[in-house]
Structure formats: structure tokens, C-alpha cells
Design a protein around this ligand. Structure first.
Ligand code: FES
Ligand code: FES
Length: 162
């Protein structure tokens, strides 16, 4: 076991990791941040997306020991300082961009990364960017609406296209 220290949502946090421990497992099991979900562990579902040093990454594809010292943002860091939902989270709620909610942390984190690099994406760009995130419930339509709304654009025109 090796001590791994990360800056998580602006706070320094440490835990023990084996060489094989995935960042997703480290966040959930060692640091207690269970908002990051694990749907596959094989880089297919996107439920585990976090931001690492400003980039969206599937945390099941990263070994915790390899990212010692990194700065990580998880879904727990997306709320406002007063605890209310952040802009993207609120848009998902307002536009029914979730049902069971299992995919939602990854969807929100991926959407935040998209909007950071492309603040006014087209619907096609939203769909393309979120291709690595699987949702078994919503049919994606309302997720796209939510991301468009979070970008300050008309959410009503999002076209269903699964
Ligand atoms: S748990 Fe990481 S992509 Fe599915
Ligand atoms: S809301 Fe259930 S998997 Fe997306």
C-alpha cells in the first residue's frame, strides 16, 4: 500500500492505495466520495467521469498511485458554496435529465468539461461529446436539453435522436 494525496474539490485528501487501485475505487472507498459511480470498470459507461487537472477523465481508467498530487473535481464539488445545486445540476433537474440518476454524476462532469471548452455548443456537439456516457433511462433527449439550457441556450429545440 502506498499513501496517495490528492487535492479533491479544493481540499487536500489522503488515503492508501494498492498498485492496482483505480482512482474511481480510491475516491469511493478510501475517501468516501461515493458520488462518483462505477457502472462498468472497463471504460465504457462514463458514470465515473471526474475532472483531473482540469480534464474530464474516466476515473476507472486511472491508477490512484499514478496521480498522486493531482487536483481532482468530483460531483461533490459541483454544488454551490451554499450547498444548492450548481448550474448544470439544476438544469438536469429542471429538464428531467435524469431518472434513476446512476449516470448523472458522469453526465454532469462530462457536460461541465464540454461547457468549459465550448460554452455554446450545438446540440450535435453535445451529443457527440457525451457519446462516452451511457444512460439506460432517459433516451438522452432531456440530457441534451439540460446541457443546452445550462449553456444559456434554448433547450426546447433539442431533437430526439438515439
Ligand atoms: S465505471 Fe468507468 S467508464 Fe464505466
Ligand atoms: S438516468 Fe438512469 S442511467 Fe441515466
Amino acid at each position: 500500500m502506498t499513501k496517495v494525496t490528492l487535492t479533491v474539490n479544493g481540499r487536500s485528501m489522503s488515503g492508501q492505495a494498492e498498485g492496482r487501485t483505480l482512482l474511481s475505487s480510491f475516491l469511493r472507498e478510501e475517501l468516501g466520495l461515493t458520488g462518483t459511480h462505477v457502472g462498468c470498470d472497463t471504460s465504457q459507461c462514463g458514470a465515473c467521469v471526474v475532472h483531473m487537472d482540469g480534464q474530464a477523465v474516466k476515473s476507472c481508467t486511472v491508477l490512484a498511485q499514478d496521480v498522486d498530487g493531482a487536483s481532482v473535481t468530483t460531483i461533490e464539488g459541483m454544488a454551490n458554496a451554499d450547498g444548492s445545486l450548481g448550474t448544470i445540476q439544476q438544469a438536469f433537474q429542471d429538464h428531467h435529465g435524469l431518472q434513476c440518476g446512476f449516470c448523472t454524476p458522469g453526465m454532469v462532469m462530462a457536460s461541465a468539461a464540454l461547457l468549459a471548452e465550448n460554452p455554446k455548443p450545438t446540440e450535435a456537439e453535445v451529443r457527440h461529446y457525451l457519446e462516452g456516457n451511457i444512460c439506460r433511462c432517459t433516451g438522452y433527449h432531456n440530457i441534451v436539453k439540460a446541457v443546452m439550457a445550462a449553456s444559456g441556450q434554448d433547450a426546447g429545440g433539442a431533437v430526439a435522436a438515439e
